[in-house]
Design a protein around this ligand. Structure first.
Ligand code: SF4
Length: 238
């Protein structure tokens, strides 16, 4: 199945079967091969999502498809370094950055739910500021790529390189799922890829400012996200 053979007309069951077969076929493929498959199969119905922690997947995808859509979710709670990374990616890379925003500003959310919802009900805050906007923003796509890696945390250890996103009913591509942090560092160094300056300031994973802290030596990369709370994922990947 390719985009010219009507991904648009494929049923969810057909797309799910396609994703699961590709996940098996591409398990040992390189990141570029995985992205080439995605671009060939889905054409303009494929996008990359980026948290702007780094631009590795966006860079890989732009090598395969110059001008590829890169979707960024601006929650209104990002560090200024993250917004700066987004702006730099937009300025210097051959990609089309699309910024999604929640329906409510932070002030509007505070007025309806009270201030610091992220402290009192982070699941609701993530639902309002991440999950719903992404759901709506991906409507026009059949497949999306993420920068998930199996070595980031136990919750990501079984990430398929291509799988089926049941929540959004789309094909989900994780071209660097098998990469290690060393692989990422080597790619960044080889190609001079943009990274979030906070990665050089003790942050191993960069999310919203109120829910992200630096990590200590020996902690896994995502230990600084929602630290001290019974929450490890925002709902985008679960
Ligand atoms: Fe809200 Fe924190 Fe989730 Fe960001 S990470 S949307 S501030 S709960």
């Amino acid at each position: 199945m390719t985009v010219t053979q009507d991904v648009e007309r494929a049923t969810d069951a057909e797309l799910k079967a396609l994703a699961e077969q590709a996940g098996r076929d591409l398990e040992d493929a390189s990141a570029l091969e995985i992205l080439q498959w995605a671009v060939t199969t889905f054409g303009p119905k494929f996008c990359v999502t980026s948290s702007m922690e780094d631009a590795v997947v966006a860079h890989l995808a732009s090598r395969v498809q110059p001008g590829v859509d890169v979707v960024f979710l601006d929650t209104g709670y990002h560090f200024e370094e993250t917004i700066g990374t987004r702006d730099a990616v937009e300025a210097v890379m051959d990609v089309h950055v699309i910024t999604l925003t929640p329906r409510q500003t932070v002030a509007e959310q505070d007025a309806e739910y009270g201030p610091r919802l992220h402290d009192r009900d982070p699941d609701l805050c993530c639902a309002l500021r991440k999950v719903k906007p992404l759901q709506e923003g991906l409507t026009g796509y059949a497949a999306w790529a993420t920068g998930l890696r199996r070595d980031e945390s136990p919750t990501r250890a079984n990430t398929p390189v291509v799988g089926w996103d049941e929540k959004r009913r789309k094909v989900k591509v994780s071209p660097i799922a098998r990469w290690t942090q060393d692989d990422v560092d080597a790619y960044v160094a080889e190609y001079g890829v943009l990274t979030n300056p906070l990665l050089m300031d003790g942050y191993a994973s960069v999310g919203c400012a109120p829910c992200t802290r630096r990590v200590e030596a020996g902690e896994d990369a995502r230990a600084g996200r929602w630290a001290g709370r019974a929450k490890t994922e925002c709902g985008l990947h679960g």
